[in-house]
Design a binder for this molecule. Sequence first.
Ligand code: P53
Length: 488
Amino acid sequence: MSFKNDFLWGGATAANQYEGGFQSGGRGLSTMDAVTGGGHGIPRTITYRTKEGKIGTSPVDSTMSGTVPEGAVGYIDPDVYYPSHVATDFYNNYKEDIALFAEMGFKCFRMSINWSRICPNGMYEVNEEGLSFYDDVFNELLKYDIQPVITLNHFDMPMYLADHYSGWSSREVIDYFVYFCELVFKRYKNKVKYWMTFNEINVLTSWTQIGIHDNSPQTVYQALHHIFVASAKVVLLGHKINPENQIGMMVACTPSYPMTCDPNDVLEALQFNRNREFFMDIQVKGYYPEYKLAALRSLGVKIEMDDRDLDLIRKGTVDYIGLSYYMSTVSSTDPNAERTEGNQFLAYKNPYLETSDWGWTVDPVGLRISLVQIYDRYHLPIFIVENGFGAADHVEADGSIHDDYRIKYLQEHIQAMKDAVDIDGVNLIGYTPWGCIDIVSAGTGEMKKRYGFIYVERFDDGTGDFSRKKKKSFDWYSKVIATNGEKL
Ligand code: P53
């Protein structure tokens, strides 16, 4: 019982946090190239240049939210450290890294394609060198029977589109994105079967992610509408190019519990959770749900649509639901409820849960609850494409790394997945723990917050030789895969 025989065990990464090579192989600039390191309680910033030529910075919070003023463009300061420029250098280490993934027994590997590596300015142009880089990567994966799982857009975009179109607030960007997707669907037709369109579509609010210059509800929802239409078009196109393609959506799943059984708290949590379900309603069911239309009306948001948009959204629904799950949160209507300090995700303390050093709750039962709720509501296969424990690892004198805390977190979450499959009947198709090799943290920009089974010698001050080392969790996860999740 438990996991299917072809269960997709693997690991997950994203180009802007892992790939590096930002000026190699004809790649264009990407928004994330202008995002600084941050860390140790200091937020990351976007560096920009205004129309008048003034250099400025604006903060990016841990939800990646942050914009630059109207008319300003991304700017790279030669004296500043930008973690994504080299990241942990997959670009020059992919063979070695993939060999290590194969050693762990990975059946799949999730990564994103950097749009500006294929289309340097995001428009109708093709960088052959970029296409052939991913050919090499996919060939290497397939050599070991590792299925690539490709995120078409993970928290970045060609900087040119952010600078000249205010990103996704312009309708033209739909066609540019569809063009890019058509290129990669055709090029990798015989290499890639699993795709997902937009990473964590429910948290897209920033210049770095979607190129917008203000994050008023009007701008965000108009941009999201374009993203929904683009995603639907891409799903239809991907199915046409290869009917075997499995194309999913991807949502950040941070479920909220009511603080008490006060019906007002229950309602508050329900509204919070609906803000996430909205995205699945659109991309799985294929329509704008009434509760969101009502909320948009009361916010005074008016979305401009083309006649065909709703029809496209109805037709271009996805094949599976991809989700990230790290933690749960709490909703309350009590003004005196205990608040957490300066944590933008988790406003209230849950007295039943422990937290990581970064204040993220550890809640495996919350994962099981979410799987049940999502499966009951949508009846689509579910793929957990992110989960994991960010921690500061200590390298012992003999080079070993005893990350028992990470093993414990993953053990408990895999057990919760098993229960969801065995007891609750959820159709779960795969599991790719986040940052299976150490990569840059999205929220903090740090290397210190590590998730990997593989350690990368790279530090926040820009030093380190990029060498790779196995952590204790490496052997543990290998055994989990070898026993198809029986031995935790
Ligand atoms: P870091 C919100 C809630 C949960 C995860 O995060 C989130 C977000 C949005 O920031 O992001 C995902 O690196 C994201 C990854 C990211 C990962 O969580 O801040 O898809 O890119 O690295 C972990 O610890």
